[in-house]
Design a protein around this ligand. Sequence first.
Ligand code: PSV
Ligand code: MN
Length: 399
Amino acid sequence: MNDKQTERVISALDELAIETPSWGFADTGTRFGKFLQDGAAIDINDKMADAAEVHRYTGCCPSMAVHVLWDFKDSKDVPSVIQAAEKLGIKLGAVNPNVFEGQLYKYGSVCNRDQTPREDAKAHLLDSVEIAKQVSSRYLSLWFGDGSNYPGQANIRWRKRAMTQCLQEVAGEMAADQIMLVEYKPFEPAFYHTDLADWGMAYLVAKAVGPKTKVIVDTGHHYQGQNVEQIVAWLLDEDMLGGFHFNDRRYADDDLTLGSIDPYQVFRIFHEILFFRWETGKKPEIAYMIDQSHNDKNKIEATIQTVCTAQELYAKAALVRHAELTRFQENNSEIDAEECLREAFFTDVRPALIEWRKRHGLSPDPLRAFRESGYTGRAAKERKERRIALGIRAASSYA
Ligand code: PSV
Ligand code: MN
């Protein structure tokens, strides 16, 4: 890499902030069970402390997304949580309501034919808007498990209209500078139809809800072989890309570490964003967030690994020579155009990443520095004792 390339990478990285998810620090599992870890976060204070560790070593994760039901016992918690976050030097980020776990939502939340769960879901969404205002969060990030399991079970068109109407009402209560993000996913928990199953459905609903609403792309929420970067390019062109939930997938929504299966796809997504910016001169506001379940990995280490992977792939995308690429595209020089991408992708950007970290007073190797800090051992000991005191089963006593 020459100096010019290094500077290009450094200024690109200066603009990349990544939000960590509170739930990525807690014990998570699959529907077949959980493998517990002594060091896993027990409550929101632990999660914020863990998120602050990630930020301490990576220097680019200043905020943590929250999941309302998993993080707040009730809204009275909010001021003390804000204070604790300030003390730790992080901010609370996207607020994620949860209308997919309650028994009440067996047949859906905002799309349920029964008015009681529908009203309940709307009330929870409105409470979440309030929390977002209190924590000065710009984002209300919505994902619905709504759908049905058998053909004929649901009136799909009725449910589409119910979803749109509810979100319009919720958006009406949001502050002028707040943004609603709408997430799609093809299946799970519903296995026949999902009310927001793909980006087109999310786009139509977001458009109908209004200008404060954008689509969020969870990279794991696509069918095998789907061209995710094309979706990103189309959303960018429509000014409808609001953000990402980063993770990787091999089979379905596996919640694996970003780039662990297909790093070239992540690179291509970043390339579409940076190419759009170069070509249009526009700088769309995109919320980059992680949404992963670190079921068996050390959770903080997995998060640091994810962030470093994202930085590396973003840095590679920043090296694409856009003017040349445009020329090759215009001339239909497909090999040369493809080589523009391959050359950038196969460049070893690690020296530039180290330089960026040096300039920000960070360790050149965030994962190693975190490991050497001994945080995991200390947290595991303290959290294990606290679990015992609280009567929660500790990992080492899990039989
Ligand atoms: C659903 O699979 C999802 O991607 C949504 O973003 C949820 O908020 C999150 O996972 C919960 O882990
Ligand atoms: Mn997600």
